[in-house]
Design a protein around this ligand. Structure first.
Ligand SMILES: Cc1cc2nc3c(=O)[nH]c(=O)nc-3n(C[C@H](O)[C@H](O)[C@H](O)COP(=O)(O)O)c2cc1C
Length: 234
């Protein structure tokens, strides 16, 4: 009896080990093929420019109408870098973050960008690249979620800033919520000034239905949308 139990135990251990190796090495054999992850390295952002910080502050205005001309990939790269780009070997970014915990995520809803297909992309600051998460032009759906604001559907792109509150509240408790809201302002202002320096139109939109925006972007459960930022040529 004892011998049978030992043999059964050995078989069970071997079986589990085999399953573990398969899951690690060839998960598609068990879970099926994984969807292709489309990543796109962005052009290097500029670290100089012709417009002074004072001039950008002076000229920044909410612009809600755009010509419809496409943006370039270089401009998209520059705007994303301004919002959350890495500026230090320790991983620190353009915008300050309480405890350097970085609760913000940035998405780009692409409509008209040269050499970049319509769709929704997530910005990866460390790699300075875009990861495609949805196919197709979502600007009209996003505008509907933003109470029908035409700036959202007419822009070449809409940047959507979301937050994972837990990254900050795990250290700062309830006060972390305040910190996250302060941080989205830092990131948005960076992008406003960068867009102004590049002579692009930009407006920061806070009036939208949270749940609808989550659905349009297919956001993870723990991510909350905080800002929608239309950008286009003026
Ligand atoms: C938190 C916040 C939410 C805003 N929401 C909207 C919005 O939903 N739609 C819009 O067109 N502008 C929105 N704005 C832009 C303001 O209307 C704008 O900043 C204000 O009229 C001052 O104009 P200026 O940005 O040109 O200085 C928002 C601004 C802030 C700071």
């Amino acid at each position: 009896m004892r011998k049978i139990a030992v043999i059964a135990f050995v078989i069970a251990v071997l079986g589990l080990s085999f399953a573990y190796i398969i899951i690690q090495q060839a998960p598609e054999l068990i879970f099926g093929p994984s969807p292709a992850v489309i990543k796109m390295k962005l052009p290097e952002p500029r670290q100089d420019g012709e417009v002074s910080i004072e001039e950008a502050l002076l000229k920044r205005r909410s612009i809600r109408q755009y010509t419809g001309e496409p943006l370039t990939l270089q401009e998209v790269s520059q705007l994303l870098w301004a919002g959350q780009g890495i500026t230090d070997p320790r991983g620190l970014r353009t915008a300050p973050s309480a405890g350097a915990l970085y609760p913000l995520e940035i998405y780009v809803v692409v409509g008209d960008v040269e050499n970049l297909a319509e769709g929704v992309y997530r910005y990866e600051p460390v790699e300075h690249e875009l990861v495609k998460i949805l196919e197709g032009d979502k600007r009209t759906d996003l505008a509907t979620a933003a109470l029908g604001q035409s700036s959202v559907s007419d822009a070449a792109i809409d940047i959507v800033v979301t937050a994972v509150y837990e990254r900050t509240t795990v250290k700062y408790g309830e006060r972390g919520i305040r910190y996250v809201h302060i941080e989205v302002g830092h990131a948005a202002q960076n992008m406003c000034l960068q867009a102004t320096a590049m002579d692009l139109g930009i407006v920061t939109v806070g009036a939208f239905d949270d749940q609808q925006v989550k659905e349009v972007l297919n956001l993870p459960e723990d991510e909350q949308p905080l800002y929608v930022i239309p950008i286009g040529r003026k």
